[in-house]
Write a protein that binds this ligand. Sequence first.
Ligand code: GLV
Length: 338
Amino acid sequence: MSKPRVFLTRLILESGLKPVQDFCEAEIWSGELPPNRDELMHYVHGRNGLLCLLTDRIDADVMDAAGPGLKVISNCAVGVDNVDLPAATARGIPVGNTPGVLTDATADFTFALLMAAARRVVEGERQVRSGGWKTWSLDTLLGADFAGATLGLVGFGRIGRAVARRATGFGMRIIFSDPNPATPPRPGTGTTPEPGAEATQVDFDTLLRESDFVSLHTPLTDKTRGLMNTAAFAKMKPTSVLVNTSRGPVVDQPALYEALKSHRIFAAALDVTVPEPLPIDSPLLTLENCIIVPHIASASWQARQKMSRMAAENLIAGLKGERLPNCVNPEVYGRELR
Ligand code: GLV
C-alpha cells in the first residue's frame, strides 16, 4: 500500500522526524527561511498531511490548494493563531498542537526575561562590551526587587501557572486575570488552589495597577489583540516591568515604545514581536530599557524534541483516521472527517 504523502514546512527534530519518515512519504522544506506563500501553495498540493510551524499562515486557500485529500494539519507549537481553525473544521480537518511539553521551558525563560529586564542584565553587558564600565558604585544600574513584589499574570493556563510556581520561590505575591479562561472562575472565590502557588484572581485594571511585574501568557484572540495599549500602560506603576512570551500582537508596540521612552513603565522584555523577525530599524531597538529576543521561550533541548515528537504523533494519528492526541478543534469529530 502506498504511504500517505505529507509536507513538512521545516525540518523537525529527530524524535519526530523518524516516525514521520517511517510512516509517510515526506517532502521536507529545506530552506533556512519558511516557504513563501507561493511555495507553500505549490508544495501542499496533493498532500494528505501538513506539518507546519508558527511561521506558516495556514488559511482556507492553503487548505484548498492541498486539495480534498488533506486529512490533518499538525502545528508544531502550542499556539495555533497561524491556523484558520474554523476553515479547518468546516473542511473536516483536525488540527493538532503541542501543549504541555514546553510549559516548563517557557516558564523558565519567562523568569529569565523578568530578571534580565528588572536587573538590567543586557544593559550591563552592553556597558561592559562598550568600555562603559568605569568603577563600582552604589547607584550603578539599579533595578527592581523580587521579594515581596507583586507579579501579575495575564492568562492563567499551563504556562501562567508554571510561572506562578516559580514566583512563589522568589517570595512574590501573585495575582492573575484571564481574558480567555478555559473554565470561568468559581463564584465566591478568587484564590486558586494551584499546587505550589497561591494566586488571587483580580480584574485586569486591578492587575495593572497593583503589579510590579506584568507577564503575558494568553493566546492571541480577538479579545487579547492589542490588550497592552496606551490605556493599559497608563494604569501601570512607573517602576513596573512587562514581559511578553505569548504572541506579539497582544502588545501595541507603538504604545509600548512611548511607555518605555517616557518612563511610564520601567522596562520590558519581549520574546515575541510584530512582525517576526523585528526589523532592525524598529524604534524599540533604540531603547536601553527594552530587551528583545527571537521567539525562543520554548527553545530548550528537551522541549523542542518533545514538540517534534508530539507533532509527529498528531500527524500520524490524523493520517490513520484516528483522533489526534492533541486536537485544538475537537468539534471536528462531531462532523464528517475527510
Ligand atoms: C511557541 O510560541 C508556541 O506556541 O509553541
